[in-house]
Design a protein around this ligand. Sequence first.
Ligand code: C5P
Length: 234
Amino acid sequence: MNDSRIIVALDFSSAQQALDLAAKLDPALCRVKVGKELFTAAGPQLVAKLMASGFEVFLDLKFHDIPSTVANACKVAAGMGVWMMNIHALGGRRMLSAARDAVPVGSSKLIAVTLLTSMERSDLSDIGLEREPQEVVTRLAGLARDCGLDGVVCSALEALGLRKTMGDSFCLVTPGIRPANAAMDEQKRVSTPRQAIENGADYLVIGRPITQAEDPISMLLRLNDEISGLAQSS
Ligand code: C5P
């Protein structure tokens, strides 16, 4: 069984680049994330190839549409056998519940994005939400849990509070991870892998620190090592 907590973000624009990087990794030591750029370029065939190589795939397409459309998309993703997929909590209760109904508990993990971390107080104000981002995140995470979702994507900072309010079995997936002394790229609020796990994260999404490393597998081993022995994943 794969007990790694690291999900490597394959943020590439072609199947070849993604497969070249995957060939440098080990499916026993990580999982991989396929997002909008790569999926738009390479589609389900690439997902199937990664799975055939032994990788468990997090399909990060953040579905957000009317309930039946999202439910049907989730059903297709579950049928592909992806390990995890996500939808937008802002789609509301009926959309979240329809997605849950379409993805049987115990098949693919179904998680929600609450607020994009790129959204600040002023962005919420622009769309008529006079609320603090943290308050909206907590509310949307609670809604996702009420609708039976398996967890949410959140920052390491948010993980600290959500772990307390959402309980131990709610899955927290945390991007914005940088090893100590690594380049920040455009990420603003970053945490080290150890800090994120200590804050309650179950899985860490890590892109460039691994994909742009001179030796990706050594970096993956180093990061796995840094968090091994910390609390168990759910
Ligand atoms: O390269 P890096 O480690 O910054 O990649 C992080 C990954 O996590 C990217 O795929 C990015 O889209 C995703 N992500 C993020 N922040 C969020 C949600 C997703 O960085 N709030």
